[in-house]
Design a protein. Structure first.
Length: 383
């Protein structure tokens, strides 16, 4: 993030008490519990948010050399993204055209030359063209339909890879990012190296995961022994279309503002900057690394959460790798044992029918923004 912008954002902290919140949105919001529990509502969200628009699949650093690939489940559609020899990307439906077997699993770091179906060995080029099927001469000689893999629209910019799971219509990443592209471009995300991804499944609605990260109101209470001693109890929040940027700050930032001339203020060394890319991703910029959370909603009360860590350069030795692995351990320990445990219980409480609605306060403006955007997209779809 460029220096002028860091200073502009820090201007909002002038005079704040590190122990009190300072940001209040224009309105509070009530959201029915059914937004988290109703299967019909979930089905609409899946269609509108996860099937009808592009989503973040990953960072360029996960898929750099020819033949590297990433797989994803986007709104239920199995997708594979493969780096081609000319450096471009192809996104395809990750399902064999013969009888529907899954072609590739997980991720590959490069060197894939052919995609071979594990079932009957139909074989495709990395661009999806069918090049071989065993016993084709008599077995399939009367099949005239083209059996190449189905293509999907893919776009890569600022080190981010997006795929539209149900369309081949080209799209523009900056349009999708609604103004966030300018901020994200500064980080040089394309140069970050994927270190590790861990995936877990949680019995909660997918939105619960985002809710966890969207406000700092809970930090003083839920995280009183872990994060609270070091962080301010509020966030700097800005909306970009449906997306948002929230910046969590170390308490030490306030001293700097008091003691240094404005031109020397710095934001990044004191902050954790979170970008919510609706619907499925949360990208977190820390001064020395990137964290990426990817959500795959499975049903109304099950979500798969993949947490990844990216380093500015490849770990040089075991100690460097251990440093990043430990980072991921700590991140997941706090989030899973403190935040997600709480969210799983909230999900159960909502499913009991005991609570008709939730209340998001003016003290939680990013939460209000997120749900306003999601509800608007869903309402639009039923009009
Ligand atoms: S399902 Fe892929 S070759 Fe038969
Ligand atoms: Fe938290």
């Amino acid at each position: 993030m460029r220096h002028e912008r860091q200073i502009e954002l820090l201007d909002r902290l002038v005079g704040v008490d590190p122990n009190l919140p300072w940001t209040y949105g224009p309105t509070s919001m009530r959201n029915p519990a059914s937004a988290y529990t109703d299967p019909a509502r979930f089905a609409r969200e899946k269609q509108v948010l996860f099937r009808d628009r592009p989503q973040l699949v990953g960072l360029s650093g996960e898929c750099t050399t020819p033949g590297a690939y990433l797989t994803a489940n986007l709104g239920g559609v199995p997708i594979v993204v493969v780096r081609q020899t000319d450096g471009s990307l192809r996104a395809m439906v990750n399902v064999c055209r013969h009888r529907g077997a899954t072609l590739l699993e997980g991720r590959g770091t490069g060197g894939l030359r052919r995609i071979v179906c594990p079932y009957h060995a139909w074989t495709y080029n990395t661009d999806g063209q069918l090049v071989h099927r065993p016993a084709a001469a008599q077995g399939f000689d009367d099949v005239t339909v083209n059996c190449d893999l189905h293509q999907r629209a893919v776009a890569e910019k600022h080190g981010l890879i997006f795929v539209h799971p149900t369309s081949t219509e080209p799209f523009d990443v900056d349009t999708l990012l609604c103004g966030l592209g300018d901020d994200l471009a500064d980080y040089g995300l394309a140069d970050y190296v994927h270190v590790e991804t861990r995936t877990n499944s949680w019995k909660m609605n997918w939105k619960m995961v985002l809710d966890t990260f969207t406000e700092a109101y809970h930090i003083r209470f839920l995280h009183k022994a872990t994060i609270a001693p070091y962080f301010l109890c509020d966030l700097i929040f800005d909306a970009f279309g449906p997306h948002s940027r929230t910046i969590g700050l170390r308490k030490s930032v306030v001293e700097q503002i008091k003691d240094k001339p404005r031109s020397e203020w710095k934001l990044l060394p004191y902050s954790t900057t979170q970008y919510f890319l609706v619907p499925n991703a949360l990208l977190v910029y820390q001064l020395d690394h990137i964290e990426l959370w990817r959500l795959t909603p499975i049903d109304v009360n099950t979500v798969e959460v993949a947490t990844s860590i990216f380093a500015p350069e490849p770990p040089k030795d075991a100690a460097a790798l251990n440093h990043w692995t430990k980072n991921l351990d700590i991140l997941l320990k706090v989030t899973e044992t403190e935040d997600f445990q709480q969210m799983v219980r909230i999900q159960k409480n909502l499913e009991s029918g005991a609570l008709p609605e939730l209340v998001y306060g003016r003290i939680e403006p990013a939460l209000v923004h997120l749900h306003t955007a999601i509800n608007a997209a869903v309402a639009e779809s039923v009009r």
